[in-house]
Write a protein that binds this ligand. Sequence first.
Ligand SMILES: Cc1ncc(COP(=O)(O)O)c(C=O)c1O
Length: 457
Amino acid sequence: MPHLRPYVSAVVRRIPITTREQRVEALDLAGHNPFNLPADQVSIDLLSDSGTGAVSVDQQAWAQRGDERYAGAESYYRYRDALREVVPYRHLLPVHQGRAAERVLFTALLGEGRISLSNTHFDTTRANVERLGAEARDLPNQELFDLDSDHPFKGDIDVAAVREVLDGPDGHRVGQILVTITNNGGGGQPVSMANLKEISALARERGVPLILDAARFAENAWLVIRREAGYEDRTPLQVSREAFELADGAVASLKKDGLSPEGAFIGLNDTELADRCEVDVIATEGFRTYGGLTGSTMEQLAQGLREVVTPEYLADREHEAAYLAERAHHAGVSTIRPSGLHGVYLNAGRLLPHLSPAQFPGHALACALYREGGIRCAELGSLYLGTLDENDQLTTPAPFELVRLALPRRVYDHSHLEYVGEVLAEIAKNPESVPGYRITENPPILRHFRCRTEPLS
Ligand SMILES: Cc1ncc(COP(=O)(O)O)c(C=O)c1O
């Protein structure tokens, strides 16, 4: 059966068509950091899939019904009920975005000297653990380190390694086990239900809370249905619910699978823990029935949650990511395999072997994509993850030099992705012409968001 995209554009936004000269100038002004580019100079924006999707006409229609009363607004109850369909926890607290949910829950669960174990902590998640004086320890499935392996669940947590920590001298310091679905820091790879069941049994046996970082719960459920034996006939809603039931709680940014520019939640069964979180939410986000969100946003989220678990939508998402990966391969650029759903991760280290990690090949490819085609994307390599000395020289490189092409939901069609493939092919024809980079301004924290760089001559 040929694939039919299950929606069309109802409202459109013009994208700027720029010249190479304009882009060279824009990149100079931005200190060669794509995060500093004004969006009106970007033609295809693949920097993030977070909050960048297109909303549906049904979401817009519901948003008109936003009830903005301070407490107990109708919009809150509609949002809570739609969320509870998917996330069957006793307590659901709204907050404005994922990192707020992390801050509130981790403050209640962790503290100085505690440990958070995870398949991979996402960058803001790690920051929210570390700011409490706690340790964020990643224990991913070792398959994650073979970029070319087609293992279907490279996002899994290493259960044996978790058991070893719990049994060892640090065991009593573990405050939570956090499983990120899908594993964004690990290439958007899914976590299997078998792995979730195993870690859930271990966490319950040891009395350690198991928390999901569930920003892409629907995408994870879809990849389970597509890849895990025994789940092929289940619906995305059933699989999502089952995943949440295996955990004790969740934090989730709904800027991804809530199909909304804003929103997140904390979900918990434990009433005492939920009470402590509620006090923090009221003090820092907003009353417990809005948590910083408008009534319109809560209505939009309720409808987004209904749309995101439809098989047609998720099948289209899979098709789109596979198409972009196929275009990259056609251009001669390898990607992390197998492709996930929220983005395609390019292996810049392999494409640009003339650049050492100290010359930041991932960053060089991200800048080349903008310079040659007005395409914005993010480096996930030594600029972001490497360790530098006081002279900004790289001392420990990242394990891989990657570039993430994140896919905003329902925004770009095949012609846009084909264009990305064509620009990549132009770069791949003459990779030695791509210059390396050096850092000119290196802020002490959150370097990749804030640094300035310049090309090496
Ligand atoms: C896995 C994961 N956790 C947490 C977050 C943080 O969410 P937010 O951007 O809504 O603060 C993100 C955002 O990209 C994410 O991908």
